[in-house]
Design a protein around this ligand. Structure first.
Ligand code: GLV
Ligand code: MN
Ligand code: MN
Length: 431
């Protein structure tokens, strides 16, 4: 079958711009946190666009949105695409949103080109890929894949102590959380379009990255409790300063990652809350959040063990109470071979150069890979910058990525057999 997606590049770019206006911070900084006003406005905007495209919409109790273009075999597992549209504080306008609006435009381009899907094609708008509000990334896809069950979801609270249960109900999502999980085989395949969030494609002058694996992420929360007091009157030998203990731990986090023996190990203490946070008061309590990742799970786990031992040693020596909570410790994901094949041959047909690569950032694809053969299409972003207001992808790259996605979805819609599940095979590294 000849597939000719007809893209409306201008419309896609305008929609990206409109989506960027739903934010709690002024442009170019985008802040859109799950179930806040901008997030709800963005949901309404995107839902309207999906309806306009004639897609049928379903929403689950967690706020994941599913927009389906029904195929001639509506009972066959659908081919899915999509991404997230939440944004961490002071983020840019392209992380996640390119996969959401690019996914929608890929569907519309196929519609314009007269394509008729066999397997349905479904766009998924994932709830809260970013961990900003509830401390855990990929909430929507994690729950869909059954990695986070309803009881765990109900225990999640935000920094103000509000439960996910409370805020989701308030946002109008009251359906049972028990119904969020999807069985393996529910989808035929999943392909996510995303900016690379790193510098490789731009440096190598390659317009498309074909993602073969996603690195294993983990997050820890460390709470420290020392003794507070007056900054002028508590003498140095009597101090049990929680922030000084935290400082040692933070430097340890950096050192353990640097000394892992591989450039692929990264660790970041990106969150530090100090109590009472006053210049003339000895810090009595500190909460740290630490992100640790590696393309190799065993090495990542070794760094986590060293961090935990480091916390114990520093806490004991400084007489500061400590607690380490593992928020998530996820395995890596490997792309499905048949989906990869469809993506690679789409690049070939379009005459577009591509590069196989590992994603060092996590994505909803990490969890979708557990229930469906999955891959991702990466496009370059300027200077590899992401999670910053100056994040940028050039229109040509966005359009090219969307075109390749459309070709791949069309191919998968007609793939005769379910691609084999390969998620449990060991990951191969291509970089
Ligand atoms: C996703 O946003 C990540 O932190 O990798
Ligand atoms: Mn992100
Ligand atoms: Mn993202």
């Amino acid at each position: 079958m000849i597939v000719k997606p007809l893209l409306d590049a201008e419309r896609l770019l305008e929609e990206l711009d409109t989506l960027a206006s739903y934010s709690d911070t002024p442009k170019p900084a985008i802040t859109r946190v799950i179930f806040t006003k901008p997030d709800l406005e963005a949901r309404a905007y995107l839902g309207g666009l999906c309806q306009e495209a004639g897609l049928s919409i379903r929403q689950d109790g967690l706020g994941n949105i599913f927009a389906r273009w029904e195929g001639s075999e509506p009972d066959a597992p659908a081919v899915a695409t999509g991404s997230h549209y939440d944004a961490i504080p002071y983020a840019g306008a392209y992380d996640g949103t390119v996969g959401v609006l690019g996914g929608l435009e890929a569907i519309r381009a196929l519609q314009r080109g007269g394509f008729r899907p066999k397997r349905s094609i479904e766009l998924i708008l994932f709830t809260s890929e970013e961990p900003t509000r509830f401390g855990m990334g990929c909430l929507g896809s994690r729950a869909m894949a059954g990695v986070l069950g309803p009881d765990n979801l109900r225990q999640l609270t935000d920094a103000e102590g509000r439960t996910l249960e409370e805020v989701r109900q308030e946002a109008g999502y009251g359906a049972p959380l028990e119904e969020v999980v999807l069985p393996e085989g529910f989808y035929h395949s999943f392909v996510e379009l995303h900016i690379e969030q790193g510098p490789i494609l731009e440096q190598d002058h390659v317009p498309i990255g074909v993602v073969t694996a996603i690195a294993a992420p983990a997050a820890l929360r460390v709470t420290l409790e020392g003794k507070g007091g007056h900054a002028g009157t508590v003498l140095m030998p009597d101090r049990r300063d929680a922030l000084c203990a935290a400082a040692e731990i933070i430097l340890g986090v950096e050192a353990f990652a640097k000394n892992s023996g591989s450039i692929n190990t990264v660790a970041t203490t990106g969150f530090c809350e100090v109590y009472p946070n006053a210049v003339n008061s000895v810090p009595s309590k500190v909460r740290l959040e630490i992100d640790v990742r590696d393309v190799e799970q065993a090495r990542r786990d070794g760094v986590i063990r060293s961090i935990i031992q480091g916390v114990e040693q520093v806490g004991t020596r400084r007489e500061v109470g400590y607690n380490v909570q593992i928020i998530n410790i996820d395995p890596p994901a490997k792309a499905g071979s048949e989906v990869l094949k469809a993506l690679v041959s789409s690049c070939g047909e379009a005459g577009v150069k591509f590069k196989p690569m590992v994603s060092r950032a996590y994505h909803d694809s990490l969890f979708m890979a557990r229930i469906a053969p999955t891959t991702m299409v990466f496009i370059p972003c300027r200077d590899g910058v992401s999670h910053r207001p100056d994040e940028y992808a050039v229109p040509e790259d966005i359009v090219r990525g969307t075109y390749i996605l459309a070709l791949t979805l069309a191919k998968l819609s007609y793939a005769d057999e379910k691609p084999p599940q390969v998620k449990d095979e060991p990951m191969t590294l291509n970089d």
